[in-house]
Write a protein that binds this ligand. Structure first.
Ligand code: AMP
Length: 281
């Protein structure tokens, strides 16, 4: 497995493998601190394309001024070992200056969608995500790019971006990987104290409840939201950011749930913001 540091090297690698290997290329963008959720993306990529690049880049533009950019977990050696074990061909780990040259003034904004759900709570977040992912997609020109349903709103923003920019990559969405007790894996789970970790289970509980309601035939959005509010109210230490039932493509609220609707929650356990969701049906 090669470790590349510059966009030029990454582009050259992708072009070479495509041409000489006559092969397909997959891209798995990450911020590192890799866990079994990331591993599942790399595995899915390896099973469906010839060559896989994993990017590891803590992207400053997707963090707000008071967020955790500086203390975001970083574990480069272990990340490379995991990527290699899952069959990655390349790890792309650029410096901030490499992706954002001095004076960089170009950003990608998916308007509307970027102000909903996490974008509403974290202004500028999706602009940063869209900008960095478009830089990666333009450099690699992958046949497929792999993302987790864990960040379902991000998937909606990136699908729209790829469609609007007429990029060639197919966006592949992989299921949420969870701990045995239901907690969705996240690089930020390391921030949680034992008490906060227990509180954090409220998110997956609310998500499972929504899935059960849908399975029982309930379709009124108000009922899904009320049920989740009650579930969160039973654990007063956790602070709800949002509980939403939306159209997955537009992130606009729906009144009546349908197969494919996105039920999503975000909440604070102590100083850590966590998200979880289900695609209903
Ligand atoms: P991150 O490093 O947190 O930016 O995540 C990189 C990619 O891994 C994103 O596409 C995430 O949606 C995905 N991911 C993160 N956590 C999980 C999880 N628990 N299950 C599946 N995919 C995940």
């Amino acid at each position: 497995m090669e470790i590349l540091r510059t966009v030029a090297e990454l582009r050259a690698w992708s072009r070479r493998e495509r041409k000489d290997g006559g092969n397909t290329i997959g891209l798995v963008p990450t911020m590192g601190a890799l866990h079994a959720g990331h591993a599942s993306l790399i595995r899915a990529a390896k099973n469906s394309v010839g060559f896989v690049a994993v990017s590891i880049f803590v992207n400053p533009t997707q963090f707000g001024p008071n967020e955790d950019f500086a203390r975001y977990p970083r574990s480069f050696e272990a990340d490379c070992a995991l990527a290699q074990a899952e069959g990655a061909d390349v790890v792309f780990a650029p410096s901030v200056d490499e992706l954002y040259p001095a004076g960089a003034a170009t950003f990608v904004e998916v308007s509307g969608l970027s102000e909903r759900l996490d974008g509403k709570s974290r202004p500028g977040h999706f602009r940063g995500v869209a900008t960095v992912v478009s830089k990666l997609l333009i450099a690699v020109e992958p046949d497929k790019a792999f993302f987790g349903q864990k960040d379902a709103a991000q998937v909606a923003v990136l699908r729209r971006m790829v469609s609007d920019l007429r990029l060639a990559a197919e966006i592949v969405v992989c299921p949420i990987v969870r701990e045995a007790d239901g907690l969705a894996l996240s690089s930020r789970n390391v921030y949680l104290s034992a008490e906060e970790r227990a509180q954090a289970l409220t998110l997956s509980r609310a998500v499972r409840q929504a899935e059960a309601l849908f399975a029982s035939g309930e379709r009124r959005a108000s009922r899904f939201i009320e049920a989740a509010r009650e579930t969160f109210a039973a654990v007063p230490e956790i602070r709800v950011d949002y509980i939403a039932l939306v159209d997955w493509a537009t992130l606009e609220p729906v009144e009546i749930a349908a197969p494919g609707s996105l039920f999503a929650v975000a909440a604070w356990a102590g100083a850590t913001r966590l998200i979880d969701n289900a695609i209903l049906g």
